[in-house]
Design a protein around this ligand. Structure first.
Ligand SMILES: *[C@@H]1O[C@H](CO)[C@@H](O)[C@H](O)[C@H]1NC(C)=O
Ligand SMILES: *[C@@H]1O[C@H](CO)[C@@H](O)[C@H](O)[C@H]1NC(C)=O
Ligand SMILES: *[C@@H]1O[C@H](CO)[C@@H](O)[C@H](O)[C@H]1NC(C)=O
Ligand SMILES: *[C@@H]1O[C@H](CO)[C@@H](O)[C@H](O)[C@H]1NC(C)=O
Ligand SMILES: *[C@@H]1O[C@H](CO)[C@@H](O)[C@H](O)[C@H]1NC(C)=O
Ligand SMILES: *[C@@H]1O[C@H](CO)[C@@H](O)[C@H](O)[C@H]1NC(C)=O
Ligand SMILES: *[C@@H]1O[C@H](CO)[C@@H](O)[C@H](O)[C@H]1NC(C)=O
Length: 367
């Protein structure tokens, strides 16, 4: 097959290269690396300068398509086709590989049949395998450590496995992934997550390869059962009753308050309507105020005696100051006088206003 292709190409190459012998042309842009999913197409560009004669595309060293300036593309397989783009001074040949297979992975070469000049790129064909979590819905009790297993089968290359709990990535130290070779050059991976749940969580296992726009994922819901919750159930019930009671009572309180306000407002309205009644009320209220004043005065009178013990306390202290050593006696004596004076000044007032002379007598005996 290969030989047959070369036999066909040989006369074409010979005829094509003859007129270009005197020209010097080169590759301006060689092809770029590409990563695709198996079954999809892969495209590579090769741009050459004006005066080009031939472009030969090679996949892993085998010629797959030839473009001749004078004749156009020579396609020998419908898996390898091409498109042309021409500008004023450049020519671009785009190789299209249809229904890529794992075996297409490798070197892609654009040769212009000049001395060792070729553009080289690498094609990586990858396989999107399957992914699933072996455990279905899990119910886990408090302080229980569980293992959740995620399996990836038939991937190329082996996928990167990561785990998520409720939209946040789990630390790599909490899971271990083993890779193994499957059939037909495919790979499998087995990831085991070890977890001691503290809450209900959605666990997601993600498998990623470069060719996938988004990682493939599989999820399981882990239901956390709190044993403390069961024990606290009766307590919770009681507290719920307390809350209901509090709500009802406060509601009744508000209703009562509203009723009182309504009654008061109504009373006020009635008072304003009757003018003669209002006057009478005013008189009554004025008398009440007088009574109140009297009461206040009496209150003041009864409050004052409370002040006396403080004064007494001061006069009680003065003798101690007077009996201090001679060095401080000069200062201490006037202080003692002041105290005695004040007590003398205060004494008559108290005697006239209040009946508390027995206390005064005690004061005099102390001085
Ligand atoms: C293309 O792929 C090859 C092989 O994987 C690598 O060595 C090279 O650096 C890549 N080139 C670019 C431009 O990424
Ligand atoms: C190749 O070049 C053409 C024209 O510039 C462009 O439209 C196309 O996307 C390119 N293909 C690749 C695989 O870069
Ligand atoms: C990869 O495979 C999964 C499972 O078969 C599928 O749901 C997903 O769409 C595939 N992804 C692509 C990009 O083909
Ligand atoms: C999850 O599945 C794996 C494999 O079937 C098993 O070894 C593991 O014990 C399971 N974990 C739980 C918590 O059931
Ligand atoms: C779980 O562990 C904590 C801390 O060790 C402990 O206080 C609690 O009682 C345990 N709960 C159960 C249900 O064993
Ligand atoms: C995870 O999500 C579930 C349901 O959306 C929620 O009940 C749970 O509290 C979440 N857990 C954490 C740890 O955020
Ligand atoms: C899992 O995959 C589905 C479908 O591809 C996607 O809608 C979802 O956002 C993915 N979930 C995560 C956590 O990446």
């Amino acid at each position: 097959m290969e030989r047959f292709q070369k036999l066909i190409l040989l006369p074409l190459i010979l005829t094509a290269s003859l007129p270009g012998l005197g020209f010097c042309y080169s590759i301006i842009h060689g092809p770029s690396n590409a990563t695709v999913l198996a079954g999809s197409e892969a495209r590579f560009n090769c741009t050459v300068s004006e005066g080009w004669v031939i472009i030969i595309w090679l996949s892993n060293g085998n010629p797959v398509l030839t473009v001749i300036n004078s004749q156009g593309a020579v396609e020998t397989s419908d898996r390898f086709t091409s498109q042309n783009y021409t500008s004023s001074s450049e020519f671009t040949s785009e190789l299209i590989i249809h229904k890529t297979q794992l075996s297409d992975s490798g070197k892609i070469e654009c040769s212009i049949q000049q001395t060792s000049e070729s553009g080289v790129a690498f094609l990586s064909v990858q396989v999107n395998g399957s992914l699933f979590i072996k455990n279905n819905t899990l119910t886990v009790k408090e302080n229980k450590t569980v293992e959740i297993v995620c399996e990836a089968l038939g991937w190329a290359p082996a996928p990167d496995i990561t785990w998520m709990a409720n939209d946040s990535f789990i630390d790599k130290s909490r899971y271990a992934t083993q890779q193994s070779q499957g059939s037909n050059g495919l790979h499998n991976a087995l990831s085991t997550l070890t977890l001691t749940p503290t809450d209900t969580e959605i666990l997601t296992c993600l498998a990623d390869i470069e060719a996938l726009p988004n990682p493939q994922n599989a999820s399981v819901t882990l239901i956390f059962v709190n044993s403390a919750l069961e024990n606290n159930y009766s307590e919770d019930n009681r507290s719920a009753w307390v809350i209901v009671l509090a709500v009802v009572l406060s509601f009744l309180g508000i209703v009562l308050l509203i009723v009182i306000i309504v009654v008061v407002v109504r009373c006020c309205c009635l008072k304003k309507k009757g003018s003669t009644y209002q006057n009478e009320i005013r008189k009554v209220s004025a008398e009440k105020n007088k009574d109140g004043d009297l009461e206040n005065r009496q209150r003041h009178g009864s409050e004052n005696p409370g002040y006396i013990p403080e004064e007494l306390w001061n006069t009680e202290q003065s003798p101690r100051i007077a009996s201090l050593p001679p060095a401080s006696s000069k200062l201490a004596v006037p202080a003692a006088d002041l105290h005695s004076n004040s007590s003398q000044k205060v004494a008559p007032q108290r005697r006239t206003n209040y009946l508390i002379s027995p206390k005064k007598i005690r004061n005099v005996t102390l001085v």
